[in-house]
Write a protein that binds this ligand. Structure first.
Ligand code: NAD
Ligand code: UGA
Length: 463
């Protein structure tokens, strides 16, 4: 039975996943390590509001398990040495240089972990791929680990993570399935799979723990994300047709979702999907298909990204068109910055593209998000625009609180579906704004007839 786990990478996956493993396995010492000292300090912060990841329910688990059997540290070598099982949960972003630039997953962090494990380990280890990786990455990890000079046996497993941000704790506590890919034809492989299954069996029923070969597991993760993103691009494509025909996308989604073969989840038309994974993983899939000469397959999946880009720019263009073809000098309130509600993560958020478009059109942006910091919002914009920092600072204002944000505004643009945006007093807000007052509801969270009744010019998605 495993008694000591190390997880390399204390990010959005490593932190919450290990917190839940520690909660459900009080007999296992779980150490989460990272090279980023600031991040580790934040995980160890006394004030739980300072944790680096905001997820409903996470702070409570950290408060309960931290320094009991859950530890956060920068002592990577020590944690590797002590652990019987090592999860690799580092970032795998899209490559920004060289071969496969803009498409392939950058595996340099994963490779560094494998090299470090190979050089440091002095006892046998089960190495678990938790990061999302291109199919056949395990063979790369295996060949690196083989170079170990310390006469150590390594067994590699793939155990992709399916949590979604904003619902991570609930997803981890009640997963649809746990996927474990391994070498089930060998006794060592079987034992490793059994050891990892034992950990999950402390709270997940056996029927939900799926075992496959390692390549199927790696590919299933990319496939799941591709299918999920495809549903969003499909419903968003239909939203454009709805806008041209007076059909209503929410009604269409409801009607098709009643078909049990289609199902009603993940059919919410939006301003476009964001987040650190969908785009990266599909680009990675496209690259893999191209590498095997499967160009039609590559083109097929590429369309999911193209449609998403189209949806974002279509929405941004509509704002300008509806506001009499100019937003120059107009005050526009952007509600939300995170890529979805209930997270402080803004990676690849649609808000970034929409804000950039409006800044190019010379709008004055006033931005509020309940969880993303002003510093993060500014950094996101700075990284994605060519406008010099000082000039950018004159074009945007970021608020910690929405109290005064609506004064003299020409328009409100809802980019993230935070619950609090539904409960604002729009009658009062309208009185503070310039007339005619516009609301662009990029998440269809408001009731169009109520908002129109108040006197707003309401524009949603696909209606
Ligand atoms: P993240 O950027 O939040 O965290 C990764 C962490 O790894 C960083 O803190 C970084 O400093 C650390 N790191 C990188 N190299 C290291 C090294 N050599 N040694 C020690 N630490 C190192 O990333 P994330 O969102 O947690 O994603 C991690 C992986 O999980 C990715 O492959 C991603 O595709 C996958 N994934 C993410 C999600 C999600 O919701 N974010 C869900 C499922 C799967
Ligand atoms: C997604 C998957 O849902 C997870 O299963 C997966 O583990 C994860 O990617 C990953 O590999 O990183 P996540 O990106 O955190 O999770 O969040 P989602 O709920 O999938 O939302 C992604 C984006 O799609 C958000 O911008 C969201 O607003 C948007 N979305 C989602 C829609 O526009 N419509 C929908 O119906 C659903």
């Amino acid at each position: 039975m495993i008694k000591s786990i190390c997880c390399i990478g204390a990010g959005y996956v490593g932190g919450p996943t290990m917190a839940v493993i520690a909660l459900k396995n009080p007999h296992i010492k779980v150490t989460v390590v990272d090279v980023n000292q600031e991040r580790i300090n934040a995980w160890n912060a006394q004030n739980l509001d300072k944790l680096p990841v905001y997820e409903p329910g996470l702070a409570e688990i950290i408060a309960q398990m931290r320094n009991v059997n859950l530890f956060f540290s920068t002592q990577v070598n020590e944690a590797i040495q002590q652990a019987e099982m090592i999860f690799i949960s580092v970032n795998t972003p899209t490559k920004t240089y060289g071969l496969g630039k803009g498409m392939a997953a950058d595996l340099k962090y994963v490779e560094l972990c494998a090299r470090q494990i190979a050089s440091v380990a002095t006892t046998n280890k089960i190495v678990v791929e938790k990061s999302t990786l291109p199919v056949r990455t395990a063979s790369t990890i295996k060949s690196i680990l083989k170079q170990s000079q310390n006469n150590v046996q390594f067994e590699i497993l793939s155990n992709p993570e399916f949590l979604a941000e904003g619902t991570a704790i609930n997803d981890l506590l009640n997963p649809d399935r746990v996927l474990i890919g391994g070498d089930y034809h060998t006794p060592e492989g079987k034992n490793a799979i059994a050891a990892l299954s034992e950990i999950y069996k402390n709270w997940v029923t056996t029927d939900k723990i799926i075992t496959t070969n390692i390549w199927s597991s790696e590919l299933s993760k990319l496939t799941a994300n591709a299918f999920l993103a495809q549903r969003i691009s499909s419903i968003n494509a239909m939203s454009a047709i709805c806008e041209a025909t007076e059909a209503n996308i929410d009604e269409v989604a409801f009607a098709i979702g009643k078909d049990s073969r289609i199902g009603d989840k993940f059919l919410k038309a939006s301003v476009g999907f964001g987040g650190s994974c969908f785009q990266k993983d599909i680009l990675n899939l496209v690259y893999i298909a191209q590498t095997f000469g499967l160009n039609e397959v590559a083109d097929y999946w590429q369309q999911v990204i193209s449609m998403n880009n189209y949806q974002k720019s279509r929405f941004a263009r509509k704002i300008v068109q509806e506001m009499f073809n100019t937003v120059s000098g107009k005050k526009i309130v952007l509600l939300g910055w995170a890529f979805k509600k209930d997270t402080n993560d803004s990676r690849e958020s649609a808000a970034i593209d929409i804000a950039n478009y409006l800044i190019e059109e010379q709008a004055e942006l006033h931005i509020y998000d309940p969880k993303v910091t002003a510093q993060q919002i500014f950094t996101d914009l700075e990284k994605s625009t060519t406008i010099p920092q000082e000039e950018l600072a004159t074009k945007i204002k970021i608020y910690n609180h929405p109290d005064t944000i609506f004064q003299q505004a020409h328009a409100i643009v809802i980019v993230t579906e935070w619950d609090q945006f539904k409960t604002f007093n729009y009658t009062n807000i309208k009185k503070q704004m310039q007339q005619p007052a516009f609301i662009f509801d990029g998440r269809n969270i408001l009731n169009p007839s109520e908002i129109t009744q108040i006197g707003f010019h309401y524009i949603g998605i696909g209606k």
